[in-house]
Design a protein around this ligand. Structure first.
Ligand SMILES: [Zn+2]
Length: 332
């Protein structure tokens, strides 16, 4: 992984680069390593970072091994009397979130629903990149608590959309999908893909430039499969109602047997939420109570079948597999 620039560089290189500034919190005067990013410098402790992150441990081993040598055209960069390592490809603000979570006891709590989204995604991506194993587990647990993998919980979240990580939940979906995909957290991906598939095409297309193309492809293909299945489900409803009403004993039996819905076409937008019976009931025309109850049972059975198929639309084995992976990750 190209996680850091070589700790040695050619003399006189990089002219004219705007110098990053010392971070006001993450600058310990007795620290023994300086990390440099696009906008900030951090003076931190090698020992503590090495204990928590295998990538930093290996990086510092290289720094230590190079410290005693002085080749003709290469020098160890130093800053404020200690070795300097440049972190390539990380935004300074994201590194601030990571390092504050590592060095400040009260900065980050996994059970906090109000952790800003920027912090959650920075911790997910950078804890993976630098192998902060414990921190990665915490943040995966935090996200999984807010994106549970049961139909009942999904319906609840879909319907009541409570704020999450300082935003409406739907605004978190795509950002978290991008982060989890880049961090390779398979356990979170099926449920995040499903939430993102509930977004409008416009919302998804706004993310095209910042989303991994493979991830975007999986999302769009899965969304299409889900949409086709939902539309098929909706179009079959009148037929299904006729079947359930065959034995209707009410005085209005002939109405029930027509399998009559009103304006069902209004729901033909391919969203899984449109399969909820509470919603469908408004489109049922004058059914007797007994037939409506039978239809509800049938609808709930069918939407459970679709629910079980959903992970496969995005190329995943199933909910049980995702739950097992989550358990394994947290126990590792
Ligand atoms: Zn009936």
């Amino acid at each position: 992984m190209e996680s850091q620039r070589s700790h040695k560089r050619r003399k006189g290189s990089d002219p004219g680069i705007v110098a990053p500034q010392q971070h006001e919190i993450l600058w310990f005067p007795d620290g023994n390593i300086v990390l440099s990013t696009d906008v900030y410098l951090f003076k931190l402790y090698k020992g503590l970072l090495s204990m928590k992150s295998s990538v930093f441990r290996d990086m510092f081993d290289l720094v230590d091994a190079g410290a005693g040598r002085d080749d003709d055209d290469m020098v160890q960069e130093m800053y404020d009397g200690v070795p300097l390592v440049t972190l390539v490809g990380d935004r300074g603000e994201d590194v601030v979130h990571l390092m504050r979570a590592v060095f400040e006891h009260d900065f980050y709590h996994r059970d906090d629903k109000n952790t800003p989204l920027d912090v959650v995604t920075a911790l997910l991506v950078l804890s993976t990149k630098y192998d902060f194993r414990e921190l990665r587990k915490e943040v995966v647990m935090q996200i999984s608590q807010q994106y549970p993998m049961s139909l009942k919980d999904f319906d609840y979240i879909d319907r009541y959309e409570a704020p999450l990580f300082g935003r409406p939940q739907s605004e978190c979906d795509i950002t978290l999908l991008k982060g989890a995909y880049n961090a390779g957290v398979d356990a979170l991906l099926p449920i995040l893909f499903l939430h993102c598939a509930s977004q409008s095409m416009v919302s998804i297309l706004c993310e095209v430039n910042s989303m991994n193309p493979e991830c975007l492809c999986i999302l769009l293909k899965g969304r299409e499969k889900l949409g086709t299945r939902v539309d098929q489900f909706l179009m079959d409803l009148p037929e299904r109602l006729q079947e359930t009403s065959k034995v209707c004993k009410s005085s209005n039996a002939d109405i029930c047997k027509k399998g009559h819905y009103i304006e069902l076409s209004l729901l033909a937008r391919s969203y899984y939420r449109h399969t909820q019976f509470d919603l469908l009931y408004d489109f049922l025309h004058s059914e007797c109570k007994s037939c409506a109850t039978s239809v509800e049972k049938q609808v709930n059975k069918n939407r459970k079948e679709i629910w079980e198929e959903i992970p496969s639309y995005f190329g995943y084995p199933g909910w049980d597999d995702a739950k097992a992976k989550l358990k394994e990750l947290i126990a590792s």
